[in-house]
Design a protein around this ligand. Structure first.
Ligand SMILES: [Zn+2]
Length: 347
């Protein structure tokens, strides 16, 4: 059964503003018409999850347009509690309309990309982002909120994520996440990010599969102002998540090394194990390996890979290494060798 605009319960007089909203909705709702109902959570989600690669991608898109609006869509899935997990973000298509105070996506681009992503990879449309560049408004405008509210009601979406980007004169960007739920439609919440500190498994996959179709940002490097981020301990605070200049993960190739290390640890722990990467206040990566009721933590300090990764038990005690860390050219293999020699039995 097709759902059309008739289902909209909000009866607003068709004044000039409303006409404008309808126009924008029509411009951006090509995707919404084809998207199915998502999420079942009855409450506003308390946080939003995003892979580091996708946060970087949006930062680069914002960097392309420091003085006018730009934007794009977010694809991924919703957890049972309505928390959105952003697995793949897109920026503007070639025919997008960028203005100082508004942005309209290239609907043909959006529809084509969405069709491919949903058909091939099962990712869903879970939110949108747009940049208020240097306007100084780090939250949705009244118009932004109304547009989302109308869209959610019209299509009966349970949860939706609207992200507002900003940047400063040095092109350092921020991205604030606002969580909407259909049951408390006007009470949308500013929620912290939990950033998964690795490249999204979908980034290269979809970029390669849709090569020539996806419009990528020209800005090559992400740059950040303070973002509202959830730490490993569960505290939300404003942090600037750039790695220190000399930190090993500043080298893009090492992001893949970290991913390989995570995959290795998952395999070691069996089917029920989980490996969660976190960034601490010092902007260093910790991996928490959870298996059953036990866990270990692996910390990659400022001197890694010159100095060894540090292993801690669940009670916080450092596992004293009885073997020497030796880092060859291949960091991944050095890690695996060291791990096996340490003979960690916790997992
Ligand atoms: Zn806006």
């Amino acid at each position: 059964m097709r759902r059309k605009g008739k289902k909209n319960k909000l009866k607003v007089k068709p004044n000039k503003d409303q006409k404008q909203i309808n126009k924008i909705e029509n411009q951006t709702s090509g995707l919404l018409e084809g998207a199915s109902v998502i999420g079942q959570a009855s409450k506003t989600a308390p946080l939003a999850v995003i892979y580091r690669s996708e946060m970087d991608y949006i930062s680069r898109c914002i960097g392309d347009y420091p003085n006018i609006e730009t934007g794009g869509q977010l694809f991924g899935f919703l957890q049972e509690d309505g928390v959105a997990v952003v697995c793949y973000a897109i920026g503007p298509g070639k025919s997008a309309n960028h203005q100082v105070t508004f942005f309209n996506q290239d609907t043909e681009y959006l529809q084509t990309v969405y069709n491919e992503i949903s058909r091939k990879y099962g990712l869903r449309y879970i939110g949108e982002w747009h940049s208020h560049h240097q306007l100084g408004l780090a939250k949705p405008s009244g118009h932004d909120a109304l547009t989302v509210i109308h869209g959610i009601q019209r299509h009966n979406f349970q949860n939706f994520l609207l992200c507002i980007g900003n940047c400063d004169r040095s092109a350092r960007s921020t991205l604030n996440a606002f969580s909407f739920n259909i049951n408390s439609i006007t009470q949308y919440k500013h929620v912290p990010w939990r950033i998964i500190e690795i490249e999204s498994p979908y980034r290269n996959l979809i970029d390669n599969s849709l090569r020539g179709l996806i419009c990528h940002p020209r800005t090559t490097k992400a740059s950040y102002g303070p973002n509202y981020i959830l730490s490993a301990m569960g505290n939300a605070s404003m942090v600037t998540p750039n790695y220190d200049e000399e930190y090993w993960l500043n080298n893009k190739n090492n992001n893949q090394v970290l991913k390989n290390i995570i995959d290795f640890l998952k395999n070691q722990g069996g089917a029920t194990s989980q490996v969660k990467p976190f960034l601490d206040e010092e902007k260093k990566v910790h991996l928490v390996v959870i298996s059953g009721n036990d866990n270990i933590e692996i910390y990659f300090g400022n001197k890694f890979p010159l100095s060894a990764p540090i292993f801690k038990k669940s009670n916080g005690d450092v596992i004293e290494p009885h073997v020497k860390w030796e880092c060859g050219d291949n960091i991944y293999e050095s890690f695996v060798t060291y791990y096996k020699m340490l003979n960690i039995n916790v997992i």
